[in-house]
Design a binder for this molecule. Structure first.
Ligand SMILES: Cc1ncc(COP(=O)(O)O)c(C=O)c1O
Length: 396
């Protein structure tokens, strides 16, 4: 009854931008989450890569409580300790030298684009074009939408900002063709998440780095979905023999609280001067204290190695499914615990049937079933999912 009433009110009072099933999530623990009717679900989409530590990890809850009792907000008119400690930690573990904190992925990608343009303005160079990839996803703001290679999201907002040029992911020649003297930056997800778990080839990424060096272009890595442990390394760029000039992070960093981090090499970061960029909530003490806890748990619980191990198990199991349904499953793409299963039809029916069976998954790019479970997922939970998929595929 409560569920029905809430959903009626949702339809009445919220802008209808999301498509949601008829249940209301209420509480979670680890990979498990319950709705208001006490139905249990195993969550294999993990808040779209946010809940990397599962629901309500004790260390995350503790960090929120402790910091909330001390100082919740103080604005960026003043220093706050958690923000500084978190920036230092991010610099220590990444290839960057300086950090700017925002509140979401799109916001730090906006910052990355502004920073790239400002870097060249400082040198009096007329470089302001950004190259992005087809099927990329960088956010829904006007700026990041212009860099998002999905016409479906762009079409109702045209004309978008000029100076954004599309190239083809994993096709170095297409990027070379898009390059001219005005190009300031190339933005790329090393593993396209929303695009369907598309993994960039080594030649492509190394080629991009070389091209950027030769043509005086900045390389921006959007690791908002794939960064911070998800792929079995702290950062996905570590799979390639290169470092980006600018790195953006978000999703799992705040343990479920909203945060984005824009990280850059010193020579680039120093072009932002006081007043050039800012945000009210970015670097909020509670969120930063929680992000410090996230990084600590990642290390203390050895979650990166575990992610790799569980990812390999997941891959083995899902490849067995592919052998069983060779026509229905077109391709399996796995890196750590980023798993994509491309099927021969639209995935919405499978998503719906999984929900009925108490498993939360998502479909992206039309026909790619996407799994982004928490890094603490257990083998028996993966087995449970595989059993459910097997049952569904058999019927379809
Ligand atoms: C790679 C990537 N970049 C940017 C974003 C946008 O992040 P947000 O939704 O926090 O604005 C997303 C969100 O899915 C993403 O996956």
């Amino acid at each position: 009854m409560k569920t029905k009433q809430l959903i009626e009110n949702e339809k009445k009072y919220l802008m209808q931008t999301y498509t949601q099933p008829d249940m209301v999530l209420d509480r979670g623990e680890g990979l498990k989450v319950w709705d208001l009717e006490e139905k249990l679900y195993y969550d294999f989409i993990g808040g779209i890569a946010v809940n990397a530590l599962g629901y309500c990890h004790l260390k995350v809850v503790e960090a929120i409580k402790n910091q909330a009792e001390k100082l919740i907000h103080c604005s960026n008119l003043f220093y706050n300790e958690p923000q500084i400690i978190l920036a230092k930690k991010l610099v220590e573990i990444s290839c960057g030298d300086k950090v700017f904190f925002g509140n979401s992925g799109a916001e730090v990608n906006e910052g990355a684009i502004k920073l790239a343009v400002k870097y060249f303005k400082e040198q009096n160079k007329d470089k302001h074009t950004i190259i992005y990839m087809k099927n990329s996803f960088h956010g829904r703001t006007i700026g990041t939408l212009a860099a998002t290679g999905k016409y479906k999201y762009q079409k109702d907002y045209l004309p978008l900002l000029p100076k954004f040029k599309q190239a083809i992911f994993n096709n170095l020649n297409s990027v070379k063709e898009a390059v001219n003297d005005q190009v300031a930056a190339i933005i790329v997800e090393p593993i396209q998440g929303e695009g369907g778990i598309n993994i960039a080839s080594k030649e492509f990424i190394e080629g991009l780095r070389k091209l950027c060096n030769e043509k005086d272009i900045l390389l921006i890595f959007d690791e908002i979905q794939c960064g911070l442990g998800r792929t079995g390394k702290v950062f996905a760029y570590q799979y390639y023999n290169i470092e980006p000039d600018i790195l953006t992070l978000a999703k799992p960093l705040g343990g479920g609280l909203p945060i984005g981090a824009l990280i850059a090499k010193e020579k680039v970061a120093s072009s932002f001067k006081p007043g050039d960029h800012g945000t009210t909530f970015g670097g909020n003490p509670v969120v930063c204290a929680t992000a410090i806890a996230y990084l600590k748990v990642l290390q203390e619980e050895n979650l990166i190695a575990k992610c790799k191990e569980k990812g390999e198990y997941f891959k083995k199991k899902i490849e067995e499914l592919k052998e069983k349904y060779p026509k229905f499953i077109k391709e399996v793409r796995v890196i750590g615990l980023m798993v994509g299963l491309e099927i021969e039809k639209n995935g919405s029916e499978v998503v719906k049937k999984c929900l009925e069976e108490g498993v939360l998954i998502n479909c992206t790019a039309g026909n790619v079933l996407r799994f982004l479970p928490s890094l603490i997922v257990k083998e028996e939970e993966i087995d449970y999912l595989i059993g459910v998929l097997d049952k569904i595929f058999k019927k379809i």
